[in-house]
Design a protein around this ligand. Sequence first.
Ligand code: SAH
Length: 349
Amino acid sequence: MAVKDKIELKSLTRDELLARCEPAYRADQILEWVYAKQAGSFEEMTNLSAAFRQKLAADFELNAVHALKTRNATDTTEKFLFQLRDHSLIETVLIPATPGLTTQSDRHTVCVSTQVGCAYACKFCASGLDGIKRNLTAAEIVDQVLQVQKQSGERVSNIVVMGMGEPLANYDNLLRALRILNAPWALGIGARKITVSTVGLVPRIKQLADEPLQLRLAVSLHGATDEVRERIMPVNKKYPLKELLAACDYYVNTKHRMMTFEYILIDGVNDMLDQAQKLGGIARRLRAKVNLIPYNPVEGLPWKRPERDRCKMFAHTLKTHGVTATLRTEKGTDINAACGQLRLQHEHG
Ligand code: SAH
């Protein structure tokens, strides 16, 4: 948490800040500047004395991420490339629900990253190509949401933890960040509006089920048999389907909430009808929704997106199993919004 012995302010809970502030009401003044007024510097906090502001600047680091560039897709998805203090790069995406040039959309979802790179090396994913560099701090996760909100001028209503990295491999910082984003003294984003997506880390899914926070769970399945899943997701060797589905079952029954399976469709790899049928059976037993995502091709990787009709057939098969399936009309394809693609372009020039 400490950067050059300064404390990252956005990693702190209100109680932790209270313990560091004398008199205590100053903590709430600071929090109001940081989260409600989105101050970019301690200098702006003009109801605090100049001496106190100087002390704050000496003790705390206010900003954890800095925007390097943003890209707008024609569907109004907006992608942010952020630089961290150690010069690492991460990506964050803002996705409006009902894109349009004239109509305001009422829901704004931010897709946040949790690690620099990723250790899980899913064969189709750009984020894991260079392995993992490090976990993000809680402040770096929180600040992605704040900076997107500030830069876009849109109030963030939903969070999906589907950016770069494996969120459950950075469990403590992730939970700390989500508790802060959820807190009424920060952004007050409802836990039910926060979705955590995982490659399928079985012990961590169970741990998440036992948290009081009512987060939504999404599991990246991408294969309905061990054979198919293992071909593209090495993690399946460690946590095979049987164990993964048992953990999902535990989550659903502990939380009494529906979960989601994400299933990217890759041509000739996992888009066969027998996979659709098996996936239908799995999702039905768990009463889970399925998000079908036609693969977003990554430069240098051999995988392709199936024809539209084939994707529709796959979705239709799920529906015949009584499963709610959405075939995502991908947003942001023209800005390479799939995980890790913008950063990859930047780093590999
Ligand atoms: N590590 C977590 C969250 C990050 S990835 C997880 O695996 O769920 C978010 C989602 O994007 C995952 O379902 C992932 O498999 C998917 N994804 C990765 N690369 C993609 C690509 N090129 N096209 C479409 N989806 C992709």
